[in-house]
Design a protein around this ligand. Structure first.
Ligand code: SAM
Length: 197
């Protein structure tokens, strides 16, 4: 673990270390993480998943849609003990992986794992997070019922962020939503979608 990772996770750094170990072993064995990712789990996945930390309000309820191997939901829950997080994932193998990882990390008191698709999930949250799941327009269609009337969507994107906002603009207007592209360091951006005020 680098000093940057230690600082980013604070007191949670042993848990972050344990999570990286799970990704590097069972994550690869179960095919959730490509074998070539083993050397870049910290930078490319775990630390990258903290990009939205500054934008999540204190004490928020969060649903991580399409969590996969737990990204960004698990790093977010480790770095922010004030959050209550639901990891939503439709695929059985990934769901099973998440159930085991959350239990092993001892996060079960504030991290739930639910098997399902965003567009079929019936609950509302302060914040919906998504990383590498679908283009913004599709995410908004799936996720708006999960954060309305008062919450927000935080979609982690690369350099396509503004183009995705532009492509979704008519749909956003129709739904009375406003999107803003927030810089999160390097070529990582967070698209924040909220009800228009
Ligand atoms: C490319 S993976 C990204 C996983 C993780 N968020 C990450 O950043 O590594 C996309 C994930 O979205 C899930 N997914 C696809 N369609 C979905 C839907 N309609 N609702 C919820 N999750 C979905 C897939 O099962 C898959 O685990």
């Amino acid at each position: 673990m680098t000093q940057a990772a230690r600082t980013a996770f604070g007191e949670g750094h042993p848990l972050a270390e344990a999570y990286v170990q799970i990704l590097a072993t069972r994550g690869i064995e179960w095919g959730l993480i490509g074998p070539r990712e083993a050397d870049r789990l910290w930078d490319r996945h775990v630390l990258n998943s903290l990009a939205m930390v500054p934008f999540v309000p204190d004490g928020a309820t969060v649903v991580d849609v399409g969590s996969g191997a737990g990204l960004p939901g698990i790093p977010l829950a480790i770095a922010r003990p004030d959050l209550t997080v639901t990891l939503l994932e439709p695929l059985l193998r990934r769901f099973n992986f998440l159930v085991e990882a959350v239990a092993e990390l001892g996060l079960g008191d504030r991290v739930a794992v639910v098997r399902g698709r965003a567009e079929e999930h019936k609950a509302t949250y302060d914040v919906v997070t998504c990383r590498a799941v679908a283009p913004l327009e599709r995410l908004v269609g799936w996720c708006a019922p999960l954060f309305l009337p008062a919450g927000e969507l935080l979609a982690q994107k690369g350099s396509s962020a503004q183009a995705e906002v532009d492509a979704a603009s008519a749909d956003l207007r129709r739904r009375h939503l406003t999107a803003r592209v927030l810089e999160a360091g390097g070529d990582t951006f967070i698209v924040r979608v909220r009800p228009t005020r």
